[in-house]
Design a protein around this ligand. Structure first.
Ligand code: ZN
Length: 169
């Protein structure tokens, strides 16, 4: 009846937006890039790693872009745990910001449609072309050497000698 009453759809958009803001406030430190857990085999035909279930690793590899080039770094397990948390936080941050943008756009369209005016925001972004790896997913047990470092040789563990503490035969 009263024209000033908010449509239910807008109330829900507002509630979702507030919920997203609250989630945003909880997010800790962030980091770009993705973390890959890798297992490798060496060239020694007598090594245990010839069994696919006993390959060397895990090696933790951080991949991120520097000036358009993907760079990979091997991390210690301790650091990998830290990066894992920061990267998960960044994904939450990105997803929440995207959700807030989407909700804002819907709200803008809703509000202006009520005034019989079009919404003049930019078009929703097209889905970006997928690169070799979906950056939103950290695959486990990646076998492909150098999968995401095209400008670099495949990554190999340094000094690949079996540590005396394990599986010396
Ligand atoms: Zn080996």
């Amino acid at each position: 009846m009263t024209e000033r009453r908010q449509p239910a759809g807008l109330e829900r958009l507002r509630a979702d937006y507030e919920a997203a803001k609250a989630r945003l406030a909880e997010i800790g430190f962030t980091c770009e890039g993705s973390l890959i857990e890798r297992y490798t085999s060496c060239k020694n035909p007598n090594c245990r790693c010839q069994d696919p279930d006993q390959r060397h690793g895990p090696y933790w590899q951080l991949s991120c872009k520097h000036a358009g080039t993907t760079v990979s770094r091997v991390l210690s397990a301790e650091d990998a745990a830290r990066y894992q948390e920061w990267i998960a936080n960044r994904r939450r941050l990105d997803a929440t910001l995207k959700e807030m943008n989407d909700l804002s756009r819907q709200a803008g369209e809703y509000i202006l449609a009520g005034q019989r005016r079009p919404f003049h925001g930019p078009e929703p972004p097209a889905q970006p072309a997928r690169t070799t790896q979906n950056p939103g997913i950290s695959p486990r047990h990646v076998d492909i050497p150098g999968f995401c470092a095209p400008s670099r040789p495949p990554l190999r563990p340094k000094n690949h000698v079996l540590p005396g503490t394990s599986y010396s035969s």
